[in-house]
Design a protein around this ligand. Structure first.
Ligand SMILES: *[C@@H]1O[C@H](CO)[C@@H](O)[C@H](O)[C@H]1NC(C)=O
Ligand SMILES: *[C@@H]1O[C@H](CO)[C@@H](O)[C@H](O)[C@H]1NC(C)=O
Ligand SMILES: *[C@@H]1O[C@H](CO)[C@@H](O)[C@H](O)[C@H]1NC(C)=O
Length: 642
C-alpha cells in the first residue's frame, strides 16, 4: 500500500463522537442481489459496516457517471468475500467512515452474474431531487457495459475485519482455526472464559513464540462475551501460525492452534496440528504482552501489563468502562493535547509506510540485557517520545496549519516521515524493553516549543542531534558480546536520523554535509537538555541527575571567514567558583577545553559542523567526566561547514 508521507492520519480519527451512527448493511442476504438498506443518509463521523452473505460479493466506490467501475484515484474496496450461507453473515466485514456530506456511490463488482448491472448498488447521501438521485444511478448501472474491481484485489479505504472466537463454550479451539484472508485484513480475536492466549509461532515449533511475532498475553476472564479482544493486521500472503500458550491443561498440545493463509499442500494446517499435539510441554509465550497487536479490554486499550497476564474481571471492576465506540481510538487518560499514542501503543501500520519502513522484523535478541543497555534504551524511549510529540505537532502546523506555505511540500512531507520515524524508533525501543520484561516509562507531559516555525525547527534539529549523539555513545557502550544484537538497530537509527538532520539543515540554509560529523554526548547531558521541554514525567530514569543542569544560551557568535571563532555565553552561575571552561564536544568523542573569560569562549580550531558546548568547572577531563563538572549546558553551536 502506498502512503503519502504528507497525509498524516490523525490518531484521533478513530475516536468517534457521541453522535456518530454505526449503520449496518447486508450485502446479498437471502440470495438477493441487493444492498439493504439501499440508501443511507449519514453525517461525517458515521460508520457503515457491510455484512456479506452467500456467493462472493464485494463493495466498491464508483463515481455517479460510471456506476460499475472504481472511482478514479480514491475508491474504497472491501475485497471479495466468499460466503457459504445466504442468511448467516460472513465473519468478515468491511467498515467505512463517512468523512463529508458528498454523495458516495457503491456497487458490487462481481462479474459472474453481473451484480452491478442487476441492481446491486447503493448510495450514501445521494440527492433526493435533480439528476443525480439513487434511482438515476441504478438506471445508469443497469446499462453499464462492464463491471470492474481494483486490480490488486486488496481492501483499501476502510477496515476489512474478520472476527475469531477464542475458546467458545469452553472448547480448546479457535473458531475458525483455518483462516484464509486478504492482506490488510484486521483479525480480531474475541476471548471467552478460561485463560487463553493468541501467540504467533513458526510452523516448525507450534507451542513456542516466534521471535518478533504477536502475542496477546494470557487473557483470563469468566464472562462471555468477555469484552476482551486482540487485533492483528495481516501484512502479506505468508502463512501465519498461532497457538494458545496456556500451560495449565496444555492447550496448544490439545489442538488449540490455528493458521492464517496456510498452504493447502506441504505445511498444511493439518500438519501443524499434528506437530502441536507432539510438541513437548511446557508451551511458552513472550514474557511481555501485548506484542504485535492491540489488546482491548472493555473499551480500554491495554498498552502494557506487568508481565504477560491480564485479569479481565479485575479491569472491569477497577476501571470505569469507556464507551465501546472509543475502543480503537484514544487510550484512557490521554490528555487533550496528546497527538501521538502513548509509549507501548501499537502504531498504525500506515506510519511504517510514512517512515519509509517499520521496525525490524527480527531483532536477533540476546539472552539478557545489561544494565548499561537498559539505561540507554530508557533514554532512547524518553527522547524519541519528545521527538515524536514535537514533530507531529510541528508537522501539523507546517503542512496544513498556521505555518503552511512557508516550506515546499516535499520538505513538509519529509518532516512527516521524520515524525513517523520517531514513532517507529520509539516502538523498536519499547519492543526491546518489553522483550526483556522491563516496564516502559510512563507517558510524559511536554511544553513543546511551537511558538514559531523557526523555534520548532531549531528544537527538532537539536533533539535530533541529541538523539544521534546518544545513539552513538549507546552503540559504543553496547558493542559487547552480550548486547551486540542492539548495534544494528542503533546504527540504523543513526543513519535515519542523520538523513533527517540534513533536511532540517537545508531548511535553515545550512549546507547539509555529505559526510556529517556526528557529535557524541554523554546521556546525562542529553537528558538534561531535553528537560526544558518536559512538564512532568511519571518515571525517573536510573542514573540521570536529580535535576536538569542550568540552561546555556549562546548570546552571540563571532565569525571570521565563515567560521565561528568564539561565542558569548549566558547562564546562571557565570560568576561563581573562579575560572570556568567551555568544553567542546565534537565527533568521535572529540573533547577540547577553552577558558571562559568575560563571558566568552574561543572555539577550538579543528571543529566543524555541529558541536556541543558545555560550561564546566575544570579545564581537563574525559567525556564521561563531564556530567560531574557541569556548570551549565549543553547547547549546540554551528561552527562551520567541513
Ligand atoms: C475517510 O477518510 C479516510 C482517511 O483519509 C479514508 O481512508 C477513507 O477512505 C475515507 N472514507 C471514504 C468513504 O472515502
Ligand atoms: C482448511 O481449509 C482448506 C480449504 O480452504 C482445506 O483444504 C483444509 O482441509 C482445511 N484444514 C483444516 C484442518 O480444516
Ligand atoms: C492465567 O494463566 C497464566 C499462566 O498460566 C497465569 O500466570 C495467570 O495468573 C492466570 N490468570 C488468572 C487470573 O488466573
Amino acid at each position: 500500500m502506498h502512503f503519502s508521507p504528507g497525509s498524516l492520519i490523525p490518531f484521533t480519527l478513530l475516536a468517534s463522537t457521541a453522535a456518530a451512527t454505526h449503520f449496518q448493511v447486508t450485502v446479498g442476504k437471502d440470495n438477493q442481489l441487493r444492498f439493504v438498506p439501499e440508501q443511507i443518509d449519514a453525517v461525517p463521523g458515521d460508520t457503515i459496516t457491510y455484512n456479506f452473505f452467500a456467493r462472493n460479493h464485494a463493495v466498491v466506490q464508483s463515481s455517479f457517471d460510471k456506476p460499475c467501475e472504481p472511482q478514479a484515484g480514491n475508491a474504497f474496496f472491501s475485497g471479495f468475500t466468499p460466503t457459504p450461507s445466504p442468511d448467516v453473515a460472513s465473519r468478515t466485514t468491511f467498515t467505512i467512515t463517512v468523512n463529508d456530506t458528498k454523495p458516495i456511490w457503491v456497487y458490487c463488482p462481481q462479474t459472474n452474474g453481473n451484480h452491478c448491472q442487476n441492481g446491486m448498488v447503493q448510495s450514501i447521501n445521494a440527492p433526493k431531487q435533480g439528476s443525480n438521485t439513487f434511482d438515476a444511478y441504478k438506471a445508469l448501472a443497469a446499462k453499464a457495459s462492464t463491471s470492474k474491481s481494483p486490480a490488486d484485489g486488496l481492501p483499501v479505504g476502510g477496515e476489512r475485519k474478520l472476527t475469531v472466537d477464542v475458546g467458545p463454550n469452553g472448547a480448546l479451539v479457535y473458531s475458525s482455526n483455518n483462516i484464509t484472508e486478504l492482506p490488510r485484513t484486521v483479525v480480531e480475536f474475541l476471548f471467552n472464559p478460561r485463560n487463553h492466549t493468541v501467540t504467533q509461532s513458526s510452523f516448525e515449533k507450534p507451542c513456542q513464540p516466534l521471535d518478533g511475532g504477536f502475542s496477546s498475553g494470557f487473557v483470563a476472564t469468566t464472562a462471555s462475551p468477555s469484552g476482551a479482544s486482540f487485533k492483528i493486521v495481516i501484512a502479506d500472503t505468508k502463512p501465519i501460525w498461532f497457538y494458545c500458550g496456556q500451560v495449565n491443561g496444555n492447550h496448544c498440545q490439545s489442538g488449540m492452534v490455528g493458521s492464517i493463509n496456510a498452504p493447502v499442500a506441504g505445511n498444511t494446517l493439518d500438519a501443524f496440528i499434528a506437530l502441536a499435539k507432539a510438541a513437548p510441554p511446557p508451551s511458552r509465550i513472550p514474557p511481555q504482552a501485548p506484542l504485535g497487536g492491540t489488546l482491548i479490554v472493555n473499551g480500554n486499550v491495554i498498552q502494557k501489563m506487568s508481565g504477560n497476564a491480564v485479569d479481565v474481571d479485575a479491569i472491569t471492576k477497577g476501571t470505569p468502562p469507556a464507551a465501546t465506540s472509543s475502543a480503537a481510538g484514544k487510550p484512557p487518560g490521554a490528555s487533550q493535547t496528546q497527538v501521538v499514542p502513548p509509549p507501548g501503543a501499537t502504531i498504525p501500520a500506515a506510519y511504517n509506510g510514512m517512515a519509509g519502513g517499520g521496525k525490524p522484523g527480527n531483532y536477533g535478541w540476546g539472552k539478557e540485557l545489561s544494565d548499561v543497555a537498559l539505561q540507554y534504551l530508557y533514554i532512547e524511549q524518553f527522547i524519541e517520545d519528545i521527538l515524536a510529540n514535537l514533530l507531529f505537532s510541528g508537522h501539523d502546523k507546517i503542512s496544513t496549519g498556521a505555518w503552511s506555505g512557508i516550506y515546499p511540500k516535499t520538505i513538509t512531507d519529509t518532516m512527516g516521515s521524520m515524525a513517523a520515524q520517531a514513532l517507529v524508533h520509539r516502538e523498536s525501543t519499547a519492543d526491546c524493553l518489553q522483550h526483556f520484561n522491563k516496564p516502559l516509562l510512563g507517558e510524559c507531559k511536554y511544553n513543546l516549543p511551537l511558538g514559531s516555525a523557526d523555534e520548532f525547527l531549531h528544537a527538532a534539529l537539536v533533539l535530533n542531534m541529541i538523539d544521534i549523539s546518544v545513539l552513538i555513545s549507546a552503540t559504543a557502550a553496547v558493542a559487547t558480546e552480550k548486547d551486540g544484537w542492539l548495534v544494528p538497530l542503533l546504527a540504523t537509527e543513526i543513519g535515519a536520523k542523520s538523513r533527517m538532520t540534513a533536511v532540517v539543515n537545508l531548511m535553515q540554509n545550512h549546507m547539509a554535509a555529505a559526510a556529517p560529523r556526528e557529535p557524541v554526548l554523554p546521556p546525562a547531558l542529553a537528558w538534561s537538555y531535553a528537560q526544558r521541554y518536559v512538564g512532568s514525567c511519571p518515571d525517573p530514569i536510573k542514573g540521570m541527575p536529580a535535576a536538569a543542569y542550568p540552561v546555556l544560551k549562546i548570546a552571540s557568535k563571532q565569525e571570521s571567514a565563515g567560521r565561528t571563532t568564539s561565542v558569548a555565553l549566558q547562564y546562571d552561575g557565570a560568576n561563581k567558583g573562579g575560572q570556568q571552561w567551555a568544553a567542546w564536544v565534537g565527533p568521535w568523542g572529540d573533547l577540547a577545553f577553552t577558558p571562559v573569560n568575560g563571558g566568552s569562549a574561543a572555539v577550538p580550531a579543528d571543529l566543524y559542523g555541529h558541536v556541543w558546548v558545555v560550561v564546566v568547572s575544570k579545564g581537563e577531563g574525559k567525556l564521561a567526566d563531564l556530567p560531574g563538572m557541569v556548570v551549565a549546558g549543553p547547547e549546540l553551536v554551528w561552527v562551520s561547514s567541513p
